[in-house]
Structures are given as C-alpha cells and as structure tokens.
Design a binder for this molecule. Structure first.
Ligand code: TA6
Length: 315
C-alpha cells in the first residue's frame, strides 16, 4: 500500500470527537493531522484548550477556575455577547458564555477556505423564552471553531436578527493567552492608538509610540485597531498573531496582583502567566435591523518569535 500523507487519509468532517466536560455537558475535541488540537465546550460555546502539535497548551486556564454553571471557566476563550463589560443591564459580559449551546448540524455555508483543510465544529445559540425576558431580541448566533493544518485556530461568529425589532450589542472574544511571564511580553500593533481606560471610568487616552509592555494592572479597550496584532513572549520565544475581521477594537487585560488576590477563580500569582488580548466591538456597538447579519472573525496563530514583526505583515 502506497504511503499516504496524513492529509490524504484525514477526514476533516469527522476530525472531531464528542465527550463530556466538567458539567456533564458535551465538549468537542478538534484535531489536525499534525497533532494539534482544540477543545470546545457546549457550556458557553467556550474554547477550553488549544494545543500546538507538540501538545503545548497555548491558552491560559486558571488552576482555581470554577467549573460550575452559570460561571464561565476562567480561561480559554469565553464569548462576551450581547454585552461587553458591565455597562448595560445584563450580567457582566452578557449571557452567551453561561448558556448551553447546541451543535449546528446544518449551518448556512461559509466560504470554502473556512472549511477546506480544517477540522471544525459549528455551534448555535438561540434565545430561550426566559432569555427573551432579559434580552427581548430574536437572534440566531452561529459560531464556527476551526483548527487548520498549520495549527491556526479561528472563531467565526455570525449573529442574525431573525426579523425581530432592531437590536444593538457589543462583543468580544475574551482570549486568555498563556505566557511565560507577563514581564517578558510586549504587544505590537497598538502603538499611538486611542484607548478607553477601564481603570479610570473608560476615560479616553492615547497610547505612546512604542510597543506595549506590562508593569501593572491593565484594562483597556484600544479603538479602531489594525486587523493584525502581535503578542510577543520573549520568555517562550514565541509570538501570538491575532488577525481579526469585523472587530474594530482590541481589549487588553491583565488583573495584576491586587485584583488577582480579590478574585476567587485565579491564583494570586497566576496573573504572571496570562494576558487577555481580545478581538472586540465595544466603542461602537453593532445594530442589526431585522434580517441583517453581522460577522466577526478572529484567527489566532503562534509563530516562533524569530519571525520579526514586519515578516508578519502586521499592517
Ligand atoms: O476588560 C476585561 C474585563 O472587563 C475586566 O474588567 C475583567 O472584569 C475581565 O473582563 C474579566 O471579567 P469576568 O467577568 O470574566 O471576571
């Protein structure tokens, strides 16, 4: 029998297996032929894990995460919808991350390159009658989580107003990156941008002209950002590249020591091993008229830091 390249025998449509998560809810494991993987829970539609082909975990998960509904696990990529933050009347970051999603057996088609050569799963969230009491809008939220052959993880959200009255929402992919030590990390692509500082009543400030580094708590929404951001971890000699579409803003958050001590579901020192860099739509919430659909996509990739920034064509 001739030698088959893994791709030739790899059936992407079945490259996922369903098991149970900590709540007894279904979770889906995505794998690619090179051995990379991602794990998604139907609780919140949350990516819980993303590993490279060496089996290294690329996302942060707190050792003190609370695995109990309706709490979202502290880590991975919780979905903030229909509200980012606590500026509206809903719970912090909205309800989507605390709802049970379903597998979408028959999603409307996506462009071929969102499927070809990728292991993916399609999820769907629709409001229950009680959901409609707290947020009276008939939406359909479809999300595809895909793992490509090169290990790139993409999340594609399509939110549709199902012929109700117009509604408005803010959104973020709350992405907890695992880093060697926050003091070894810098972010490129946010220089000179304006940001809203959540540590001072969302005051509008302007970032200075060089890469972002971290010496204290940071909780900011950078506005009208380029669609590629690099998070360089000098300690691990690797760079996260975040590419986004339909998401003008980028949330950057590290709780630092005082806030970590005050939070039950993160270790006192664990802030050193995490950084949230979230593709988001916050400054200008999105309004959908009946029948309209919004798409927000983020693609996460990890490359050796030897790739200098201009090699990554960040602009
Ligand atoms: O900017 C990110 C942020 O809004 C922070 O203020 C912090 O609250 C973080 O999200 C985590 O929120 P959570 O509800 O997951 O504890």
């Amino acid at each position: 029998m001739g030698h088959h390249s893994p791709a030739a025998v790899w059936d992407y449509r079945i490259a996922h297996e369903v098991s149970k998560d900590w709540n007894g809810n279904s979770q889906i494991m995505l794998r690619n032929p090179q051995g990379a993987s991602a794990r998604v829970s139907l609780h919140g539609g949350q990516v819980m894990s993303w590993k490279n082909e060496q089996g290294e975990e690329l996302l942060f998960t707190s050792t003190k995460a609370i695995f109990k509904p309706p709490k979202a696990m502290r880590g991975g990529i919780p979905i903030c919808f229909p509200q980012f933050g606590n500026c509206g009347h809903l719970e912090q970051h909205g309800f989507a991350r605390n709802k049970l999603w379903s597998i979408d057996e028959n999603p409307p088609p996506l462009p071929p390159n969102d499927s070809n050569g990728k292991s993916f799963i399609d999820l769907i969230l629709k409001p229950s009658p009680e959901d409609l009491k707290c947020w009276p809008h008939s939406f359909e939220y479809r999300m595809r989580i895909a793992l490509a052959n090169d290990g790139c993880l993409s999340l594609i959200s399509r939110i549709r107003n199902v012929n109700g009255k117009p509604f408005t929402f803010s959104f973020a992919y709350h992405t907890y990156m695992s880093v060697s030590d926050i003091s070894e990390v810098r972010v490129e692509g946010l220089e000179t941008l304006d940001f809203l500082d959540n540590l001072s009543q969302r005051e509008r400030c302007t970032e200075q002209g060089d890469a972002l580094t971290f010496e204290t708590e940071v909780d900011r929404v950078y506005l009208s950002c380029p669609n590629a951001i690099a998070v360089i971890d000098h300690g691990k000699k690797r760079t996260f590249v975040v590419r986004k579409e339909g998401l003008p803003d980028v949330v950057v958050w590290n709780p630092w020591d005082k806030k970590s001590k005050a939070m039950l579901d993160i270790g006192d020192e664990e802030y050193k091993q995490m950084l949230c860099v979230d593709g988001a739509a916050v400054e200008h919430p999105i309004t959908l008229k009946p029948g309209e659909e919004w798409m927000g996509r983020v693609e996460l990739m990890v490359v050796p830091s030897s790739f200098c920034s201009d090699h990554l064509d960040l602009q």
